[in-house]
Design a protein around this ligand. Structure first.
Ligand code: FAD
Length: 398
């Protein structure tokens, strides 16, 4: 570590996930020394696929990783919504030239490990960033001029500011907001990966496909240069406890999908090594900042995955934070307040809308589903671009 990292002027970041590494890159590019404090013994990402809207690509460019990020992505042609009961198409959003021209960037899917790897490599190449593993942040103290991260090991790390990018169960949030454990949604998500040759041939679409059924849905898309299909299936079974990454048998997964169309159900049978998550989010809050401490990504605004935006919004946060801090190097508290003011409503909108579309698009039954189909069928791709402009447009992202 350089002297800058140890003299108390470094910006400390709790968490080396997609949000924390993006913040590190942004802040280093704005001229700050940065120390990332990651709890785990190694930096990495679990899980397989992740969807990236054009807003993620706007962020990659501002973080200086645009070409590397573009090189690892699979560019899908469509977002496709299917009725999991009737097996019919409901609507598709075309992601081709008109979409790219409208938003200035593509829609893509990537492997989480590849995305994290691109950010990590860029951090490693940046001399202003020090990456520390096995460094769990338990809390912080501040005195108006400095912040001290209190590590679980008992070590104290001094810095000029602390960014809590430590995820859903954030220890930094516990002190900044103090709103207790996350809200358990009762939605159980099962994830698997299927080698492409085992995916039913008539469903090998170059699309992120959503089969929406009563209290359940299936999502699949090609990944890793078309070697595999990412498969994520969710059952709203009112699961009471949070769970993350527990191995689960196929028969258990199938239980939530007995009532849907055979064409959709048979996809699940091709999965293996299933793992289970019980999804959580939190109520939006207005106070992600406490003096020289700020929250970012899931620590600030954890959301259900139904807009496929948690990581995208975390990267946007990082770009905004770096811009505000870069402009106000001598007044970090004011910069953090401006960051909060710029981000909070946008993140709140995505948090609340993610819940709402879970209820009204992903999981309705009966007349509710018929109404969904009618409303969504009435829109063409150009209509969808207008609907999504607030989210995907570069002019609104930061
Ligand atoms: C099923 C599912 C599908 C999803 N699909 C998408 C999608 O398609 N598109 C999308 O944009 N988003 C998606 N998301 C959301 C996305 O995964 C998250 O929003 C994103 O990973 C959040 O990044 P983060 O860096 O804020 O938090 P995290 O990824 O949780 O990273 C937090 C990091 O902090 C570390 N840490 C935790 N506590 C401490 C501590 N006390 N001290 C130090 N380090 C600590 C952790 O080890 C971890 O490395 C999905 C989520 C789920 C569950």
């Amino acid at each position: 570590m350089t002297a800058e990292h140890t003299d108390g002027r470094s910006i400390l970041i709790a968490g080396g996930g997609i949000g924390g590494l993006s913040a590190a890159l942004g802040l280093a590019r704005a001229g700050f020394a940065v120390t990332v404090l990651e709890k785990a013994a190694a930096l990495g990402e679990i899980g397989a696929g992740i969807q990236l809207g054009p807003n993620a690509f706007h962020a990659f460019d501002r973080l200086g990783v645009g070409p590397a990020a573009r090189a690892m992505a699979v560019y899908i042609d469509q977002l496709r919504l299917m009725d999991a009961i009737t097996g019919e198409d409901i609507t598709t959003i075309d992601l081709g030239d008109a979409f790219r021209a409208r938003f200035g960037n593509p829609y893509a899917v990537v492997h989480r490990g590849d995305l994290h790897g691109v950010l990590l490599q860029a951090c490693r190449e940046q001399p202003r960033i020090a990456l520390r593993v096995s460094s769990q942040v338990a809390g912080y103290e501040q005195d108006g001029a400095h912040v001290t991260a209190l590590l679980a090991s008992g070590e104290h790390v001094h810095g000029a500011a602390l960014i809590g990018a430590d995820g859903l169960w954030s220890a930094v949030r516990r002190q900044v907001v103090g709103d207790g454990p996350p809200r358990v949604s009762g939605h159980t998500t099962y994830r698997s990966v299927i080698p492409t040759e085992q995916m039913p041939e008539d469903l090998r679409w170059n699309a992120a496909t959503l089969w929406a059924g009563p209290k359940c849905h299936i999502v699949h898309y090609p990944l890793s240069g078309w070697k595999v299909f990412n498969l994520v299936v969710t059952y709203h079974n009112d699961a009471p406890e949070p769970v993350a990454g527990k191995p689960v048998a196929m028969d258990e997964v199938m239980k939530g999908f007995e009532h849907i169309n055979e064409r959709a159900r048979k996809i699940i049978r091709h999965g293996s090594d299933w793992k289970l998550w019980v999804l959580c989010d939190r109520e939006p809050v207005p106070n992600w900042v406490d003096g020289r401490v700020a929250l970012l990504g899931d620590a600030a605004h954890p959301m259900l995955q139904y807009m496929a935006q948690g990581a995208c919004i975390a990267m946007e946060d990082a770009v905004c934070l770096a811009a505000e801090m870069g402009e106000r190097k001598d007044d970090i508290e004011a910069a953090l307040k401006r960051y909060l003011a710029k981000r909070v409503l946008r993140a709140t909108r995505v948090q609340l809308q993610s819940r709402a579309i879970g209820e009204h698009i992903y999981h309705p039954a009966g007349n509710h589903a018929v109404l969904r189909n009618a409303i969504m069928r009435a829109k063409n791709s150009a209509d969808w671009y207008e609907t999504l402009a607030w989210l995907y447009g570069a002019e609104t992202a930061f």
